[in-house]
Design a protein around this ligand. Structure first.
Ligand code: CA
Length: 360
């Protein structure tokens, strides 16, 4: 109830701020301008992840009448991609865009706020974050690092990846050298694979030259742009390792606290808009790219065999349980997430899953 009240109050403030000639609820603060730096973990002009950040900046500038503007820095332009968290935490930049699963070294709980193997899809993540207690836990965790997090984008379900080796049984994973970062990599390792983490820009060459046997990246939209179909024989699905990763917008807490209430509400509303819009972009572009990969580039899409998926799922549960054991806060997040997942699975069975089966 408290949260609903806050959201309603925030929306009213945002509307008041948008009204022509409004001085805003903060009175004399309405003319104060905030010009912030925003660092991201993405290559410059990267489709989807990067273009959504540009849209966020446009939206904020327009909706605030120029009172809150962002200067965007792609990965390595101001700080390296994996230093976004620290840079925003210490205030080198006021805002950052990234994925919480990159920060497992800061807290074992972090991946739950982005994606975990066999976890929640995009729609379910939004349910958990906005209405299932997830966002409160995320805010509690990031407050320890002087950060305020917002959900700000989702790619939807990804693909299992590109393989130069056929996967017919669990045995085929043994010794498989695969680019698969994070918890997905840990799951693969428990089944005998050799996970490696290499930056997106190096995947094509590594795969083509045989330095790795397989690689997961995102899905048709981004993978087509990287030309991965020219470096691998098979594309396997589904993306068990990243069923609906939530991207994050993090704000330095001191900078956030300096905003008047109407701009805080506007920031929240704009992040929500981008959270929704990125998923829409990926849904539209993925279906188009899938068609091109199949029709034009003759890519063979294959479903991972059921016994392989079952083995991955079993190891994924063990990896998540170990994560919960390692840290008291991670256990709280794990328990909230897993309880929600159990219930949402029951709901999905009689709603989305049943509908997809009927429509097919
Ligand atoms: Ca991925």
């Amino acid at each position: 109830m408290k949260r609903r009240h806050l959201i309603a109050a925030g929306s009213a403030a945002a509307l008041a701020a948008c009204a022509p000639g409004s001085k805003g609820p903060a009175g004399g603060q309405s003319s104060q301008r905030f010009q912030w730096k925003m660092v991201t973990s993405w290559p410059p002009n990267f489709p989807g992840l990067g273009s959504s950040v540009l849209r966020l900046a446009e939206l904020l500038a327009q909706a605030s009448g120029g009172r809150l503007t962002l200067k965007i820095y792609a990965g390595n332009e101001l700080v390296p991609p994996f230093e976004v968290f620290d840079a925003v935490s210490r205030g080198t930049a006021e805002m950052g865009h990234s994925g919480a699963y990159y920060w497992k070294g800061k807290s074992p709980a972090a991946p739950f706020f982005c994606a975990v193997p066999f976890g929640l899809n995009a729609q379910e993540m939004n349910g958990w974050l906005y209405h299932g207690g997830g966002l409160e836990l995320w805010r509690e965790l990031y407050a320890k690092f002087n950060l305020v997090p917002f959900a700000c984008g989702n790619t939807g379900v990804q693909m299992a990846g590109w393989f130069n080796r056929e996967i017919t049984s669990v045995d085929d994973l043994k010794g498989l050298k695969m680019r698969i970062p994070g918890l997905g990599g840990e799951v693969m390792a428990r089944l005998g694979a050799v996970p490696v983490n290499i930056p997106g820009g190096e995947i094509f060459t590594s795969l083509q030259q045989g330095a790795i046997d397989a690689a997961e990246w995102v899905g048709p939209y981004n993978d087509l742009a990287f030309g991965l179909y020219r470096a691998a024989k098979y594309c396997y699905y589904p993306g068990w390792q990243e069923p609906g990763p939530t991207l994050e917008c993090m704000v330095n807490k001191n900078a956030y606290d300096s905003l008047p209430e109407d701009l805080k509400a506007l920031l929240d509303a704009c992040c929500r808009a981008i959270n929704d819009d990125m998923l829409a972009e990926y849904t539209a572009r993925n279906q188009d790219a899938l068609r091109q990969l199949v029709d034009t580039h003759k890519v063979e899409f294959r479903r991972l065999p059921d016994p392989v998926l079952a083995a991955l799922r079993e190891q994924a549960d063990a990896v998540l349980a170990d994560l919960a054991q390692s840290d008291a806060f991670a256990k709280r997040v794990h328990d909230s997430y897993v309880a929600y997942r159990a219930q949402v699975r029951a709901w999905a069975a009689v709603s989305e899953v049943a509908f997809y089966q009927a429509r097919a």
